[in-house]
Design a protein around this ligand. Structure first.
Ligand SMILES: [Zn+2]
Length: 657
């Protein structure tokens, strides 16, 4: 595949507070066959059509808030510059996080204005012709009164997901997402959920009601439009993808779990398609119970060159499984087909964008994974954009020595991409439950499940990274193997320190991947001699000093983490994270924040996605699909919101400025 000159490209577009906004590129798209391009186009529209579901799942007022913000920023005439500047800052954060909560800390961020400022701005926008409220009978003042507590008061609905709210508090009552309404976790103990993944659970006069996400149910309008675009995609799909899309449509129609299972199986079974999509209620991180799926849409195509390395790993999955450092009763005798691919993402919406993962392994259903395998992908264009937009100072500031910083520069991108692939391909896909344990692990481990599973996958990658097998497979250059291992271990240890910058408030980590990484490094610090904590000029450093001790410790911890998952030992999981993963020293965090702020380093990254346009002939048939790069967050977000309000054409927003 062609690799364009990238030197004149813009990756880092702007900074909004501590967030970097980065443009994502998909260079392979232009050379796809037309049929694949048209398929991608319809799947792209399906991904945009479901986006508002996620906003509503994040908070019951999310879409109302967004409507007000977008009305103000597109109708700014006569609004005080200070007020408009603050609304613009807040709106960008709101778009990046798909609502009023920081996606990493789970905490609400607020608009630093008074109710009067907000009312003045909204009234001006209304005078300028904006429609603000989604309710026709509401005055501007009533609207602002209704939303002001969410916009302005940090103590109202402060946390979207609270897995450890503290003694005596209920995880659902302490969480402000819209997956539940008026329901406490303790009330669910004897309730049999029929639509666990795809419903909103409400208490109606004391009776628990499942509002099912399906056609004719909750999100009917959005799901109908998603399904319409999926149907348009069918004629361009391969036979196996067509089967998967039809199964997905059926699931959207019925909402029944049996149809979800059929879809998962058909989706895993589609191994041949170059273009693929994830569309639906997928990840369960937002639900403190780890049951309800957040909506997301991803459309991607395969990057052949990078896929070769990953497939070498996948083809040897059994070799790794047989050597897992855990009790043999947890080893799979037959590792089912893990399809592993390097992909380039064309669009990610809902739970998957603008904030995106770099690797994905699905489906999440453990029973299907054990019987049918899973699909595992590395998002190579995302990794690439991350790497190209990372400031040099990030590596230097937290490295103990110049050698460490130089290794990070030379091998960091390679080592991280490789460990991400191993995490997904031989990590999540590995292991099995103890004989006799029939309940799914997420049921047994509850709110600890996601962190345990992420820890397990990370540990598998770290454990096998030094293995000579990787050289034998041609994935790692033999004469640099030690250097690559050191680079990754050093990075991993440093990251436990550096990631604290993301949690600017509180003393607790909520996000599962962060919990797992904190846990692993703190455990290694306590249980091995692999990690030194050093200080120089008032700065703290985590220094990886012994790669052998590191690997040996990782093997021991992995054996225990697999045992916890395999036996569903929730008490041990809680203990592990309470001791090593959840709590941190706020003074240390403050030091890290001060260091990154001094260097103006970002805490996380939001991506602007590529844009597609269909070119049609006079008869209306699509003759080409063109890709372009907006390089502007606001343009793209307004365009997506306008698309949700209108019909099936993607048009630039009619911004009235
Ligand atoms: Zn993972």
């Amino acid at each position: 595949m062609e690799r364009r000159l990238t030197s004149d490209r813009r990756y880092l577009l702007e900074r909004v507070d501590d967030v970097a906004v980065v443009q994502l590129y998909a260079d392979g798209f232009a050379s796809l066959p037309l049929r694949d391009k048209v398929l991608t186009w319809h799947l792209y529209l399906a991904a945009l059509a479901g986006r508002d579901i996620y906003y509503d799942q994040r908070h019951a007022l999310g879409l109302d808030m967004r409507a007000v913000l977008e009305a103000i920023v597109t109708h700014p005439n006569g609004i005080d510059a200070r007020v408009l500047g603050e609304v613009t800052r807040y709106t960008k954060l709101f778009w990046i996080n798909s609502g009023p909560y920081n996606n990493i800390t789970a905490r609400k961020f607020v608009l630093r204005l008074t109710r009067e400022d907000l009312l003045d701005a909204a009234s001006a926008a209304a005078r300028n012709g904006a429609s603000l409220s989604r309710r026709s009978t509401e005055s501007v003042a009533q609207l602002i009164d209704r939303l002001a507590p969410m916009f302005l008061d940090a103590s109202v609905d402060p946390t979207v997901t609270s897995k450890t709210p503290g003694a005596g508090l209920d995880i659902l009552e302490a969480s402000s997402n819209n997956l539940y309404s008026g329901v406490s976790a303790s009330r669910l103990e004897n309730f049999v959920e029929r639509y666990g993944l795809n419903s909103r659970l409400t208490a109606d006069n004391g009776r628990l009601v499942e509002e099912v996400y399906r056609i004719g149910g909750r999100y009917d309008r959005e799901i109908r439009r998603v399904v319409g675009h999926l149907r348009d995609a069918l004629p361009f799909a391969t036979p196996s993808m067509g089967e998967a899309l039809r199964a997905l449509i059926r699931f959207y129609e019925t909402g029944e779990d049996a149809d979800r299972v059929a879809y998962d199986i058909a989706w895993v079974g589609d191994q041949e398609s170059r273009v693929d999509t994830v569309n639906g209620f997928i990840e369960v991180y937002m639900d403190p119970r780890g049951v309800k799926g957040a909506w997301e849409g991803i459309v991607s195509y395969v990057n052949d060159a990078k896929t070769r390395d990953i497939q070498a790993l996948a083809a040897n999955a059994q070799w790794f499984e047989d050597r897992m450092p855990w009790d043999p009763r947890f080893r799979k005798p037959d590792v089912a087909g893990v399809t592993a691919r390097a992909i380039e993402v064309v669009v990610e919406t809902g739970d998957s964008g603008p904030l995106t993962a770099v690797g994905i392994n699905l489906p999440n259903d453990q029973a299907i994974r054990e019987r049918y395998g899973s699909k595992s992908v590395s998002l190579t264009n995302v990794s690439d954009a991350y790497e190209r937009s990372t400031p040099e100072a990030m590596r230097v500031e937290f490295s103990w020595s110049t050698e460490e910083a130089e290794r990070a520069k030379k091998w960091g991108g390679f080592a991280q991409e490789l460990t991400t692939a191993m995490h997904e391909v031989i990590g999540h896909g590995s292991g099995r439950m103890a004989p006799g344990v029939t309940e799914a692990p997420h049921r047994l481990l509850g709110e600890q499940y996601s962190s345990i599973e992420e820890a397990r996958a990370d540990l598998v990658a770290l454990y096998f990274l030094p293995d000579a097998k990787l050289v034998e497979l041609g994935i790692v250059p033999g004469d640099h193997h030690d250097e690559i291992v050191s680079t990754e271990y050093e990075y991993y240890v440093r990251n436990a320190l550096v990631q604290l910058r993301r949690v600017r408030e509180g003393t607790q980590i909520e996000e599962d991947h962060m919990r797992n990484r904190q846990m692993i490094v703190n455990w290694l610090r306590a249980q091995t001699l692999a990690v030194d904590v050093r200080r120089r000029d008032g700065n703290t450093y985590y220094v990886m000093v012994d790669a052998n001790a590191f690997r040996e410790g990782v093997g021991r911890l992995l054996a225990e983490v697999q045992r916890i998952k395999g036996e569903g030992d929730a008490a041990a999981a809680r203990d592990l994270f309470e001791t090593y993963g959840v709590h941190f020293d706020p003074a240390l965090r403050d030091e890290i924040v001060a260091r990154v702020d001094r260097l103006q380093l970002p805490s996380y990254t939001g991506f602007v996605m590529p844009r597609l346009d269909a070119r049609r002939d006079e008869a209306g048939a699509i003759v080409d699909v063109e890709i372009s790069y907006p390089c502007d967050l606001e343009t793209q977000m307004l365009e997506y919101s306008a698309f949700a309000r209108r019909d099936d054409v993607l048009e630039p927003p009619s911004a009235a400025r």
